[in-house]
Design a protein around this ligand. Structure first.
Ligand SMILES: [Zn+2]
Length: 165
């Protein structure tokens, strides 16, 4: 089953189009090396918004679960994903560079006439996964993701650590 949707970004936004489906994990070539298995798929929903904060925007939601390899114990590490982002479209790279977006605001991307939905989704997946992929506590056969097993004191560690140096 081949599902390789391509959109015309500005047209998609202008007409308020909507697209949803599933993309096989195996198709994410940039992500694949970090995964313990490339089986399965992620669900996505793409919504065109004619104008959000003054610009044509793509709203992208992604849900799924990726199976990584823990970098410490090499065990399986499930990482649930829930992404919901707004991508502001610029007609050209120059337009994007001319108006740096606020750090807290939506991301800006250059619109294309042939935008691969898979690439849009994979870009967001790469942004969503942590740089260091490992269990909070490695246990034999444990498969809990680090973010589900996070210590209640994890948030304090940074504060305390700052005074020790
Ligand atoms: Zn581990």
């Amino acid at each position: 089953m081949l599902h390789q949707p391509v959109i015309d970004g500005l047209e998609f936004a202008r007409t308020g189009s909507k697209l949803q489906g599933a993309l096989p994990v195996a198709g994410f070539t940039r992500l694949r090396d970090a995964l313990s298995t490339s089986k399965g798929a992620v669900q996505y929903e793409l919504l065109g918004v004619p104008e959000e904060l003054g610009r044509p925007t793509l709203r992208l939601k992604v849900a799924g679960e990726l199976q990584f390899v823990c970098q410490r114990c090499l065990g399986a590490l499930e990482f649930p994903l829930r992404i919901d982002v707004s991508l502001q479209l610029a007609a050209t790279q120059a337009e994007l560079d001319a108006e740096p977006l606020a750090a807290e605001g939506p991301e800006g991307i250059v619109a294309g006439r042939q935008m691969q939905v898979r690439d849009l989704v994979e870009d967001e997946l790469l942004l969503a996964i942590p740089l260091v992929l490992r269990h909070e506590r490695c246990t034999e056969g444990g498969s809990q993701a680090w973010n589900e097993k996070r210590s209640p004191f994890a948030g304090l560690r940074g504060l305390v650590g700052g005074t020790k140096h």
